[in-house]
Design a protein around this ligand. Sequence first.
Ligand SMILES: Cc1cc2nc3c(=O)[nH]c(=O)nc-3n(C[C@H](O)[C@H](O)[C@H](O)COP(=O)(O)OP(=O)(O)OC[C@H]3O[C@@H](n4cnc5c(N)ncnc54)[C@H](O)[C@@H]3O)c2cc1C
Length: 366
Amino acid sequence: MKIAVIGGGVIGMSCALHLARAGMQVSLLTEKKLASGASGRSLSWLNAAGPWPDHYYRLRMAGIDRYRTLYRSNPAVDWLKFDGGIFWSDEDEVLAWHAIEQRRGYDSVLIQADDLNRLDAAIVPGAVKTHGIYNAGEGWVSLPDLIAHMAAEFSERGGAIIEDAGKTVPLIDARGVANGVTSARKGDYACDKVLLACGPATVQVLAGMGISLPDGSVLSMLAITQPADSRPAVVLNTPRVAMRPNPGNTLAVEHGWCTDDIKEDEHGVCTVPDDVLQQLLAEGDHVLNTDSPLKLAGYKAGWKPVPADGFPVLGELEQAPGCYVAFTHSGATLALIIGELLGREIATGELHPMLAPFRPGRFQSP
Ligand SMILES: Cc1cc2nc3c(=O)[nH]c(=O)nc-3n(C[C@H](O)[C@H](O)[C@H](O)COP(=O)(O)OP(=O)(O)OC[C@H]3O[C@@H](n4cnc5c(N)ncnc54)[C@H](O)[C@@H]3O)c2cc1C
């Protein structure tokens, strides 16, 4: 079977690879370069923390499981680690999250200021005022490195990667069935099935097909520091800063409070004021046990894909049989499991029960 995947982020790349492993003839077309969308500016904390419903929790846990398998085969890489996560927020939220996590059997331990030095000496003692949570099973990944890793295997298996294809959309025949894709710069490609994995642009591509998908995507940014003297090994989520290690002894830093200050121009270019970036790094300095302030190497800003109800949208479109969609938040944690399960559905036509709650049809009025 010939399959076209539109979108060279982590979701498109993972699905393309799993389809190639299943023996499909796959072409991945993407507007610019691989990893030039949300996957190129993601905190990519691998986690199933917090008060999500059970079906979503299970999908995320399966996502982490597949990363552990990948890690076992690649224990020496500098772009995937399982050194745990530390979270703190206001006391009520910490206690509520911890109670939910314990009930589910998620590895969750309440910690206090005294515990920080023992868990990660790079965090300033006393940064946690009351309680925090230590989640030993969590990790992080650098998505551009993961995408390059998957792209290498995909190419070895005969998959075609077509970068700089410009805007690409599914072609639909007179019966309403997907039968190819057309790209602005690399022409048309006939195929049996199409997967749309355009990150935050998925909603606009669907709108062009007359299909509406409620969108909750938000502007976001990720800053990368220069090599830092003191780096926590854990992923840190705190009230004013979130950060994780990044290849090259650098740190990846972000936080939701910065998003109000992101400006997007008429060409879709997003910028963050310098004082906001400096403030974000200063928040990082407050939690790190070092006298050397963090220095900015660069940042990227743009839209983060978020379906309106917060849950992944995965599966075949009823309005365009043969055309599948994958649109999700937490796509770092979910990338490998979505690639595996959705890839199998596309290859075999057999629906996987774990994806049942996440079908695109849930937004259609009855
Ligand atoms: C700041 C930030 C923090 C995050 N933190 C986490 C986290 O801690 N944990 C977690 O699990 N997830 C996190 N995420 C979410 C996760 O990174 C995303 O869900 C994931 O990267 C989405 O991947 P994607 O492939 O769907 O989209 P993208 O990476 O955006 O890829 C889509 C690609 O499609 C291309 N494209 C778009 N339209 C077209 C078109 N018409 N034709 C051809 N190509 C097209 C784009 O150029 C892009 O390269 C975070 C995201 C951000 C931005």
